[in-house]
Design a protein around this ligand. Structure first.
Ligand SMILES: [Zn+2]
Length: 338
């Protein structure tokens, strides 16, 4: 079958859910499928669940198009060896130096490419979302944590060992809130949903967040973005303060990125931003402007994610499309361009 008529799959393999999407070779979305990631899972049951999602997706996409799989891109939340298709480690999913690429490749009978989840999200926005056509850009995703990716000259910048783009661990306030990485005052510890939730719960204990308290008590895990959003909309002053504070810190982070990288655009996405939308972003932009050096104001467009949840599967599918082309055409033919 000519490669341009095949379907390409992008999978976002996350700690809580698996989201997969099928595209044609021009990146037209054909179908999506999702499932919960098995809890307390070992690698075998995660692979099983992933394979089931992809089979259902292919059945759906083939029913409408009669096409074969040309390639699969899988994004994973953890360090990888992309060339060897090995997942070095993931929290909660039991992968440890796991040959996920070759295992999935023999299951699907198609080439499989692995990518870090945040990098895949930035790549999706670059190829098909808010960063389309940009050459120098940054992606910042605010959710449970804060992740990011850097685009230089139209390509993902990976750094010397592949870990570039850890924007969430820029230290903005030495001695500030504790971060999951062991440091204090990282952007992630100040602006993630977890940071907002901790702050909001502290406010609830002083009676300034009655709606949040009635829904979530002091359970951090129950303070999802939607719960925080509804508490703010309902008039919880304490929660609003926590969210505003996080947006302001995000702005400080954006100012740092503009100073260091001088990007033409920064796309901001993730669960928190999707839920709170442009208002949240506007507050972050105002704070960024407050912190920019003279002359840099207005040099970077700050954009909302266009692809939302589909950014990661879209980026993973792009990597599969480009990777399969490279495999068939030999090295250096595509030069990283679509
Ligand atoms: Zn950190």
């Amino acid at each position: 079958m000519p490669k341009d008529e095949r379907i390409y799959i992008g999978v976002d393999l996350g700690g809580t859910k698996i989201l997969a999407a099928a595209f044609d070779s021009k990146l037209k979305l054909l179908a999506t499928e999702k499932a919960k990631t098995p809890r307390e899972a070992d690698a075998t049951s995660v692979v099983q669940a992933l394979a089931d999602v992809v089979r259902r997706l292919v059945a759906q996409a083939e029913a409408s198009s009669g096409r074969e799989i040309g390639g699969v891109g899988v994004s994973v939340p953890g360090p990888l060896d992309r060339a060897k298709g090995i997942v070095r480690y993931t929290p909660n999913m039991g992968f440890k130096d796991y040959k996920l690429g070759s295992e999935l490749s023999s299951l699907f009978g198609a080439p499989v490419f692995l990518e870090n989840d945040v990098q895949a999200g930035v790549y999706g926005e670059l190829r098909a979302g808010a960063l389309r056509g940009k050459l120098n850009a940054v992606g910042v995703f605010v959710g449970t944590g804060v992740g990011g990716g850097i685009v230089i000259d139209g390509k993902l910048y990976r750094g010397s060992t592949g870990s570039a783009g850890e924007v969430g661990h820029m230290i903005l306030q030495e001695g500030g809130a504790a971060c999951g990485c062991g440091n204090y005052g990282c952007l992630e510890a100040l602006a993630s949903r977890t940071a907002m939730a901790k702050d909001a719960i502290a406010q609830a204990s002083t009676g300034k967040a009655p709606i949040l308290f009635s829904v979530a008590g002091s359970d951090l895990r129950k303070c999802r973005s939607s719960v925080l959003f509804e508490a703010v909309e309902g008039g919880d002053k304490g929660v609003k303060k926590a969210v505003d504070r996080a947006a302001s810190w995000l702005g400080v982070g954006l100012a740092n990125l503009v100073h260091v990288l001088n990007p033409e655009a920064i796309v901001v996405g993730g669960g928190v931003v999707t839920r709170f939308g442009q208002k949240f972003l506007d507050r972050a932009i105002a704070s960024m402007e407050d912190h920019l050096m003279p002359g840099l104001s207005g040099t970077a467009e700050i954009l909302l994610s266009e692809l939302g949840d589909l950014a990661v599967p879209t980026g993973a599918a792009c990597i599969a499309i480009e990777g399969s082309r490279r495999d068939e055409d030999g090295p250096a033919r595509d030069g990283g361009k679509r």
